[in-house]
Design a protein around this ligand. Structure first.
Ligand code: ZN
Length: 525
């Protein structure tokens, strides 16, 4: 047994300052006096110095494998070209064998020196081929070894729709544009199972440091297999609810799998399908055309009838659907599909699975109450607000009044669960909490800069979406998401109390200790 005392326990008994933790579970929560009564002279005690403690947070929409991969990619968003080259030099030193070095995010407009050359990379890259994409993904800066592997020389013609930059003697300089990027990219070997395992392990470490102890993953089957290997090797510390792609549904049914199958650390979740694209590329399905492009209403990928058909197969086998829907047409169509599905479930005596809509970025006002009425969970990513506010204003115009309608959904009784969609955005949950509560960029004053201020929610409401409701969604809320006797000892000690910290600084909160199954998996004290 160990005792944590002199803290402030959130999501616990009123006034609890202390916890007794034993064999991975919380044995008791209460006042310092009550809990210290349980101790013997040998019981280890940790004085929390008044710090706040939360149950471990959940990221309810993440791509673990892609996030792990993104951590291996060097950040090339540097103030100068020289600084970028220095990063590649460091990376070459820490990279073994002749593995590729990948980087992303440079912008020659931010560099007084402009575009780089292969020669400059050659001088720092040793044995390693180098492939660095620019921030727009429309060009790449590569070294001579990469050019050689791709067979690009003075005599290589420009590909259709692409350009190889050349010097006066026609030799490639190392800059590739548009379709020429693929000449090198296609030569980069695919991730091996071993690398995938290392990537997932790195992702796990990062997430634990952010205070995330549980995730709902949306990557595909190779990720699931690698997670199983990590689990076998006792290296899986995160609790992963693994959602599976809809194209696998027949195989899943054939194998007789059911949701919840697995263990405390890896279990099967929902069936994932897509009803539309995204806001940025204007492929999210819209009831009315995008502003500035009166011909485009995006792309609807699933009809209500198709959701019903897939949903029946899923529901008969106990599965819920998790349907990606961003535009107001897609969210409407999905809600209509769920309406039909709920009726079918009722008529056929099926239990109602906890279906969910992923993203739900824009709702037509007529549909605001429907998710709650149909008991559909809204799985949203407040952190997307940071980058989407401007884009949404441009493409959705006055429709933005119903974009990211967090407060409206909550007031209708909708269950909200929050995630990041990492690597699309940072998985730091305190950025997400700040975004949900402040609805403005980090560093701005929310009382002046909030985007659609009526949709701001309280810190406690935001915490619910990260701490407790995701476990309800996964059917694990009787053992996870509270600091009370009988719950798993997954917890996060924070450097500041989110309930009293200034709202415009919520994104700065950091964990100073993270516990999973009663063991410290990260601390910086
Ligand atoms: Zn996603």
């Amino acid at each position: 047994m160990q005792i944590l005392r002199n803290g402030k326990m959130l999501f616990s008994m009123p006034g609890a300052n202390a916890l007794a933790v034993d064999r991975g579970y919380i044995l008791a929560a209460g006042s310092d006096e009550e809990i210290l009564n349980l101790a013997t002279a040998e019981t280890p005690q940790i004085d929390l110095n008044g710090l706040s403690v939360l149950p471990g947070l959940t990221d309810a929409h993440i791509h673990l494998e892609l996030y792990g991969e993104s951590l291996q990619i060097e950040n090339c968003d540097t103030p100068t070209r020289a600084a970028c080259i220095e990063r590649i030099r460091q990376k070459a030193i820490s990279t073994s064998g002749s593995a590729w070095i990948k980087g992303h995010g440079w912008n020659q407009n931010h560099w007084s020196e402009g575009y780089g050359t292969a020669l400059e990379l050659d001088q720092v890259s040793g044995n390693h081929p180098v492939f660095l994409t620019d921030v727009s993904l429309h060009s790449a800066w590569v070294n001579s070894q990469a050019l050689q592997i791709a067979g690009i020389s003075a005599s290589t013609p420009d590909p259709e729709g692409g350009r190889i930059q050349r010097d006066v003697r026609n030799n490639p300089t190392g800059m590739l544009f548009e379709n020429a990027v693929a000449l090198v990219e296609s030569k980069i070997p695919p991730t091996t199972p071993d690398q995938r395992k290392q990537n997932l392990y790195a992702a796990q470490q990062k997430l634990l440091e952010f205070g995330i102890t549980s995730v709902h993953d949306f990557d595909r089957m190779p990720c699931f297999q690698t997670l199983q290997e990590l689990h076998e090797e006792k290296d899986l510390l995160l609790r992963v609810v693994k959602n599976l792609p809809v194209d696998q549904l027949p195989a899943i049914i054939e194998a007789g799998l059911r949701p919840g199958f697995g263990s405390d650390h890896l279990r099967i979740g929902s069936i994932k399908c897509f009803a539309d694209g995204a806001l940025g590329p204007q492929t999210a399905a819209m009831l009315e055309p995008y502003e500035l492009d009166s011909a485009n209403r995006g792309t609807l990928l699933l009809t209500a009838a198709e959701i019903l058909e897939t949903g029946i197969q899923a529901a008969i086998n106990g599965f819920s659907l998790a349907v990606h829907a961003i535009g107001d047409r897609a969210t409407q169509e999905v809600l209509h599909g769920f309406d039909l599905l709920r009726k079918y479930e009722t008529e056929h005596g099926l239990t109602h699975p906890r279906h969910r809509i992923e993203h739900l970025q824009l709702l037509h006002p007529a549909n605001l109450g429907r998710a709650a009425a149909l008991r559909i969970t809204a799985s949203m990513q407040p952190v997307h607000l940071y980058n989407d506010m401007e884009t949404a204003n441009r493409h959705w115009g006055s429709r933005c009044r119903y974009a990211f309608p967090l407060a409206s959904l909550l007031s209708n009784g909708t269950k909200l669960i929050f995630g990041s969609d990492a690597p699309v955005e940072s998985p730091n949950p305190f950025w997400g909490i700040h975004a949900a509560v402040a609805r403005c960029s980090r560093g701005k004053d929310p009382s002046e800069a909030a985007w659609i201020p009526k949709e701001r929610i309280t810190v406690m409401e935001a915490l619910q979406g990260y701490v407790h409701v995701p476990h309800w969604q996964a059917g694990q809320d009787h053992t996870l998401g509270r600091l009370e006797a009988g719950y798993k000892a997954d917890l996060v000690v924070l450097d500041h109390d989110p309930l009293t910290f200034p709202i415009d600084q919520l994104h700065l909160i950091r964990p100073c200790g993270v516990m999973v199954d009663g063991k410290w998996v990260y601390h910086n004290w």
